[in-house]
Ligand binder design. Structure first.
Ligand code: ADP
Length: 363
């Protein structure tokens, strides 16, 4: 591809200067000149110039004022000021306020001016590339948002319909299901839906900004227990919450953490355990909350303890359906809000997860 020539607008009320500039640089650049501010504006309207050079001393409007006046409307061209030593104060102001990229002393030195134009053009191209990348990123982001929205609605709702129909057929004894096909369908659909929900949690965790709100741990834990308790009516939940101070935190991420840990405690109970139990303790202090979730389930092999927070890590010591992403999301969500988690377990006796979450309450 043929390289584009650098397009320059030079504004100066002295025709001699404009002519000298043309004579020196016409082979190197595509040059537009203007004797007045209105001519210069006209050029800007008509041509996508890369660099604007303005003389400081002009009747009516100074070069800095002109460059400042076009800054918002024509933000892409890089601005250079031509000036004598006497305008030092104006120069300092112009540079500090970002009105100009560089200034060149008059009379100009050809090499210095050429270098300045070259640098200005590089800056122009870098900004352009950045703008294009940003636009691309915004487009990808919005596509991703639509995709996730579609996953959460368009994929989940038919799944829920199938589940409803299976339950209807079961209730109405519409078919004899001696082989337990309905149960198999239900298990598969629940598994798939669980995976979709985890994907949505993962996505939201990685993208949503944290928002602090007041958290009542008693209520939050009760809700989670109600959500997962029905999976095993035998399950005993011992909940102890000591909160007499205000806690402010990211309710979405804390809920995600609790949901994953409590659902795991239920999921990885021992099949033969007469009293499957989860103990959930929360102590809230002015600086942080400490939570412990301890179960008497199947436990975790010591070799696996270092890996359970890895993405897609699943142990094969049980037949439970899983995605291996739950604890990864837990760890990511906690790191997002400055919390941490530790696990300990005696294989065959249970697992214990201990976490701390910073309190953002000003109280
Ligand atoms: P998933 O449960 O979907 O497989 P997780 O990331 O939540 O994925 O857990 C990773 C692995 O850690 C699980 O496969 C399981 O073997 C083990 N695990 C997690 N929580 C417990 C627990 N409370 N008791 C025993 N094993 C657990």
């Amino acid at each position: 591809m043929k390289e584009e020539r650098i397009r320059i607008l030079y504004l100066d009320d002295e025709a001699n200067n404009l002519n000298a500039f043309r004579a020196s640089f016409r082979r190197d650049y595509e040059i537009y000149t203007a004797l007045t501010v209105s001519e210069a504006r006209h050029v800007l309207q008509e041509h996508a110039v890369h660099v604007v050079i303005a003389d400081q001393r002009m009747p009516g409007m100074t070069g800095v004022e002109f460059l400042d006046s076009i800054k918002d409307e024509y933000s892409a061209p890089v601005r250079i000021l031509l000036t004598g030593y006497t305008d030092f104060e104006a120069l300092v102001n112009a540079i500090n306020k970002g009105q100009i990229f560089r200034y060149i002393k008059k009379p100009w030195d050809e090499i210095e001016l050429k270098n300045a134009i070259g640098n200005a053009h590089e800056l122009y191209m870098a900004r352009k590339e950045l703008r294009e990348k940003m636009e691309e990123l915004e487009k990808t982001n919005s596509e991703l948002n639509r995709f996730i929205y579609s996953i959460s609605h368009d994929l989940r709702s038919p799944l829920m319909s199938v589940l409803g129909i299976v339950n209807l057929a079961r209730m109405e004894h519409a078919l004899v299901d001696a082989n337990g096909y309905f149960d198999m369908i239900e298990t598969s659909i629940t598994r798939l839906d669980g995976f979709i929900q985890k994907m949505i949690e993962y996505y939201k965790n990685s993208r949503l900004e944290s928002e602090w709100e007041e958290i009542d741990f008693q209520a939050l834990i009760r809700e989670t227990v109600e959500t997962f308790g029905h999976q095993d009516p035998q399950m005993i939940f011992d909940v102890e919450v000591n909160q007499d101070t205000v806690f402010a935190g990211d309710a979405f991420r804390i809920t995600v953490v609790l949901n994953n840990l409590i659902s795991n405690a239920v999921k990885y109970r021992k099949p033969q355990e007469a009293q499957p139990r989860v103990k959930i303790t929360a102590n809230v202090y002015p600086g942080y909350a400490s939570l412990v979730i301890e179960d008497n389930g199947i436990g975790i092999l010591s070799d696996h303890l270092d890996h359970i927070f890895d993405m897609f890590f699943r142990t094969r010591n049980n037949n439970q359906p899983g995605t291996g992403i739950g604890l990864y999301i837990v760890k990511e969500a906690l790191s997002h809000i400055g919390g941490n988690i530790a696990v300990s377990s005696v294989y065959g006796e249970g697992a214990k997860f201990e976490l701390t979450i910073p309190n953002h309450s000003a109280a």
